[in-house]
Design a protein around this ligand. Structure first.
Ligand SMILES: Cc1ncc(COP(=O)(O)O)c(C=O)c1O
Length: 301
């Protein structure tokens, strides 16, 4: 595509990643056009729902028939779409795209809320990326939007300024009072990321962390059931699994909490368990969890 950093604007907007579900189609889904979406879980479902308020949506691929435990087997290249939207990491179901889907001639838009800055990435493949800060990059309150300036300018003109990417780009991110405290914290996190070797080092660390947990779960397959089977579809951020014997669920949670592991309960919409191992989570924590998983399985298996 030949785009460089200078072709992009980075904005910090309020309203959470969810408000981008609406802003994207408000800006880019034209009355006579269609938007293409890949449906891989709860967040894409919401993005699709919001887009339908603004125009025609075509879900070109989805994995609902597999309860979102895998990515779609075939993703066709969209033709004449206003944009292609996908969710790079499916926070609730524990799947993630290892490679970037081919948008053909359509602009590519990604909800990268739960794996933004978790590894190196070819940003030039995207016209717009958005990510709620609260997973990898800082406190809740700011949503990072990385947008190609030329793409922003192509947005609809007849929308309110405050919802217009072009307006925010022109105002260099201070069209209104941005979430300054969250932005300050994001700056500190960015410095921490750089000091630790940047995205390259973070990518290696995250790969290692996820590999430890998946290897542990796979080795104890008679006791645990990782919900995502295909290695290429597995999230490096959210490792989801179940116990083969669900009658042990509450004992598992209780003993995990006693051992210091909090937040392992899966999202209320899917149940099971989820280890969220975002950038800030250390390798030592993952090793300790793997140790706990093995010990629990040998006690109850
Ligand atoms: C992938 C993804 N998209 C969107 C959202 C919604 O973000 P927010 O709560 O900031 O609106 C989340 C929240 O967890 C998410 O994981």
């Amino acid at each position: 595509m030949g785009l460089s950093h200078d072709d992009y604007e980075v904005l910090f907007l309020g309203g959470g990643a969810s408000s981008q579900f609406a802003m994207v189609p408000m800006n880019f889904l034209s009355a006579d056009g269609k938007a293409a979406y890949i449906h891989t879980g709860e967040w894409s479902r919401r993005a699709i729902g919001e887009a339908r308020c603004f125009g025609r949506v075509e879900v070109i691929a989805g994995s609902e028939d597999r309860h979102f435990s895998a990515l779609p087997a075939d993703i066709p290249t969209p033709v004449d779409a206003c944009y292609l939207h996908y969710t790079s990491n499916n926070t609730i179901f524990g799947t993630a795209f290892d490679t970037i889907p081919d948008p053909g001639d359509s602009p590519l838009i990604c909800d990268m809320s739960s794996d933004f800055l978790s590894r190196p990435l070819d940003f030039s493949a995207f016209s717009l990326i958005y990510a709620g800060a609260q997973k990898n990059i800082g406190p809740a309150g700011a949503t990072v939007v990385v947008i190609e300036r030329g793409f922003a300018e192509k947005g609809k003109k007849e929308i309110p300024n405050i919802y217009s990417y072009a307006y925010h780009v022109k105002a260099k991110g201070v069209a209104n009072t941005p979430p300054v405290y969250a932005i300050y914290m994001i700056g500190l996190v960015a410095q921490w990321l750089k000091a630790g070797g940047g995205l390259e080092a973070m990518g290696i660390r995250n790969e290692k962390k996820a590999a430890i947990l998946y290897a542990t779960l796979d080795a104890l397959d008679g006791f645990y059931r990782p919900t995502v089977k295909e290695p290429a579809h597995r999230s490096r951020m959210n490792v989801t699994f179940r116990l083969r014997d669900p009658s042990l669920d509450s004992t598992f949670l209780k003993e995990a909490e006693e051992a210091g592991f909090r937040g392992l309960k899966g999202h209320r919409s899917v149940g099971g368990f989820r280890a969220s191992i975002y950038n800030a989570f250390p390798i030592e924590g993952v090793e300790a969890l793997a140790h706990f998983l093995k010990a629990f399985a040998s006690r109850y298996g």
